[in-house]
Design a protein around this ligand. Structure first.
Ligand code: C5P
Length: 253
């Protein structure tokens, strides 16, 4: 491969890595973004940082040059979610998400609100992602507590199809479900996968994990990595190792 081809592949690999800013304070998030934004494509702001710092967290990551995936997992009546979606659209995140189990009226109201607000505010339209089934919900909880009788994979596929039918850009899913979702929803439907562990990393509370390269091979567009980077002695080096692995997977594809 030519040198420009290799550089292009490294850029694509970098763009596919999203680092979870799972920290309680904006100052910590800012230093992570300063340290890592040259080596990763996107930063995920979740409930902890957003609850502590609010929209300022999104603004600061963007000011420091990072793209943002706002992982707030909205789930409420259609009017409330649509109004929140308008506010989030104006913040300039590249993606934000909601529970697909909120149903078609909620999902459609949000997608319409995002499209309308992006034009009104003159901002790029964020991609709306659906959460299918949290990986923390096992089959017995789905069946016995939530009274859903279908099997986990069938449930995930049904919610991914619902999200797609309602105009969402994609879903957040475990990499182990990525191939099924890709087969059901086709190319062009974004699949974001957390639960990633480089081969030598600690599992912590994650169980159903895949390596970065496996996740891409299974159809992920973006991988979300938290602790294997945040807890590394050299965080930038940990990012570079993952990007190298992703570049290798892209080359093999
Ligand atoms: O530290 P770790 O790499 O496990 O972080 C993964 C990130 O992805 C966390 O922010 C976590 O909240 C999120 N996440 C997850 N599993 C899901 C959905 C989101 O681990 N099913």
């Amino acid at each position: 491969m030519s040198r420009s081809g290799i550089l292009e592949q490294m850029r694509e690999a970098k763009d596919r890595l999203c680092v979870a800013l799972d920290v309680p304070k904006l100052a910590e998030a800012e230093s992570l973004v300063r340290e890592l934004h040259g080596s990763v494509g996107m930063f995920k702001i979740g409930l902890e940082l957003y609850s502590a710092e609010g929209p300022r967290a999104v603004e600061r990551v963007r000011e420091l040059g990072g793209r943002v995936f706002l992982d707030l997992k909205l789930h409420d009546i259609p009017n409330t979610v649509a109004r929140a979606a308008r506010v989030l659209t104006r913040l300039g995140a590249s993606f934000f998400n909601m529970h697909a189990s909120g149903g078609s009226a909620m999902l459609r109201a949000a997608v319409d609100a995002v499209a309308d607000e992006a034009v009104k505010a003159g901002v790029e339209r964020p991609g709306v992602l659906g959460v299918t089934l949290l990986t923390s919900v096992p089959a017995d909880v789905l069946h016995d507590e939530l009274a859903v009788s279908r099997a986990v994979p069938d449930h995930v596929i049904a919610l991914a199809r619902l999200a797609q039918d309602c105009g969402l850009a994609g879903v957040v899913a475990s990499a182990q479900e990525a191939r099924m979702v890709r087969n059901a929803c086709g190319v062009g439907f974004t699949i974001v996968t957390p639960g990633i562990r480089p081969r030598d990393a600690a599992l912590a509370d994650q169980r159903r994990v895949t390596t970065p390269a496996e996740a891409l091979a299974l159809g992920s567009d973006y991988i979300v990595v938290g602790r294997p980077i945040l807890d590394a002695p050299d965080r930038a080096a940990a990012c570079r190792a993952i990007v190298d692995e992703l570049a290798g997977a892209l080359q093999a594809a």
